[in-house]
Design a protein around this ligand. Structure first.
Ligand SMILES: Cc1ncc(COP(=O)(O)O)c(C=O)c1O
Length: 404
């Protein structure tokens, strides 16, 4: 009976296609999986967090076990602003949330009515796409290349949408070690994007879970940093930073910086949906930063991941046919393969099951009815070196068979 009462949105909401795909390979014994997106448990700061959790609960129980403020723990906010080096940003320009997923959802709840446009890179992070779809957003895609979001294509898209009388609410982008492609937006492209957004008066949502997972090369300043430093603007970019990939997704912790009025409205949504983020993980993270653990911890994470990325790139070049193009990221958790137009990642996925290898077909990272099929995403952080070697060898064989 209850099903009859479901709202239209609930009735038509898609379940996670990625979860279903992963479930379809669960019973394959000896499967080598490049499908996941989980951080490696070896990077979790177990000892330090155990100590800090015990101390925090023992010493600050009347604060941390109590309901917290909807805008977040003031001590964590202070530590975050110090960590990121913003001395002119005030706590009311900052909101702590239970993960980036919540922050992205609150921003969309604050801005998007059914039919309003959110512009995204294609492909993009599925978790955000399904949230946008559930809110009835009209998701419009812009391609990305080796330098990130194609700003010329963006300009054309905006012109076309404005001519059609569409309301564009914001541009959603993942500039660092993009999920799923691993691409990092160049500095030049970042500036072009900000200049365009300022001129067109379209806000940007910068989703940043991966920038601190940089294993080599020069860091590129975030869009928020560039807008702040070079354009004296803290309104055009709203930046969400997640602790999921650098401390542990189980903490459910992220923070978002941006326009004061927007942050205040997002906080109102948080109050309704969640009351407040977890007080214990907020205070523990504040102590983690305050005691200076973060730098060494990030170095450990990056030292851990670097050889796995190197192994994946080496095995890709050794075993995959020369007609496969792939991204060569300097961090993050993923690489991405472009297949020839005639080859489908979805068909390859089915074939790969027989070889006990899995990955996520690229089509899963596009909004409904805008799918492209000639790509796939590989995660390199969850397999052993031997599994990467064997898995990529098998993938090479499957591709040659497929092409034949
Ligand atoms: C681009 C992107 N945004 C957001 C998230 C979700 O982050 P959180 O665990 O903080 O909700 C992920 C997780 O994989 C991601 O890749």
């Amino acid at each position: 009976m209850i099903k009859e009462l479901f709202t239209e949105t609930t009735r038509t909401m898609k379940s996670s296609m990625i979860r279903e795909l992963v479930a379809s390979t669960r019973n394959i014994k000896g499967l080598i999986s490049f499908a996941g997106g989980f951080p490696a448990p070896q990077t979790f700061p177990v000892e330090t967090l155990s100590k800090l959790y015990a101390e925090t609960i023992a010493n600050e129980s009347s604060f941390v076990l109590q309901y917290g403020a909807s805008e977040g723990d003031p001590m964590l906010k202070e530590e975050l602003l110090k960590w990121e080096g913003y001395d002119d940003i005030t706590p009311d320009q900052l909101l702590i949330t239970a993960g980036a997923t919540n922050a992205i959802y609150y921003m969309s709840l604050a801005l998007v009515e059914p039919g309003d446009v959110i512009i995204c890179e294609a492909p993009s992070f599925l978790g955000s796409l399904v949230a946008f779809e559930a809110l009835g957003a009209d998701i419009q895609c812009v391609p990305l290349d080796q330098e990130g979001l194609d700003v010329v294509a963006l300009q054309n898209k905006v012109e076309e949408l404005q001519k059609a009388g569409k309301k564009i609410k914001y541009i959603y982008t993942i500039p660092d070690f993009h999920n799923p492609t691993g691409v990092t937006m160049s500095l030049k492209r970042r500036k072009e994007l900000i200049e365009f957004a300022l001129a067109a008066r379209i806000p940007i949502l910068e989703d940043n879970p991966y920038s601190r997972l940089r294993f080599r090369g020069e860091a590129v300043p975030t869009l928020f940093r560039i807008a702040h430093d070079e354009y004296a603007n803290t309104d055009i970019v709203t930046e969400v930073v997640s602790f999921s990939k650098i401390l542990g997704p189980g903490l459910r912790l992220a923070f978002v910086k941006g326009n004061k009025d927007l942050i205040e409205r997002m906080c109102s949504w948080q109050q309704k949906v969640n009351i407040a983020p977890d007080n214990v993980s907020q205070r523990v993270t504040a102590h983690f930063l305050n005691r200076g653990y973060m730098d060494d911890h990030l170095k450990m994470c990056n030292d851990h991941y670097r050889p796995y990325l190197d192994k994946m790139l080496e095995a890709t070049s050794k075993y995959l046919p020369p007609y496969i193009q792939y991204t060569k990221p300097e961090g993050g958790l993923f690489t991405w393969l472009w297949l020839p137009q005639t080859m489908s990642g979805d068909a390859l996925f089915e074939q790969a099951k027989e070889y006990k290898v899995s990955f996520i077909p690229g089509s899963k990272f596009y909004p409904t009815n805008q799918e492209k099929f000639n790509s796939l995403r590989l995660n390199f952080s969850f397999s052993t070196f031997e599994q990467i070697e064997q898995g990529m060898k098998s993938l090479g064989t499957i591709m040659e068979e497929f092409k034949a």
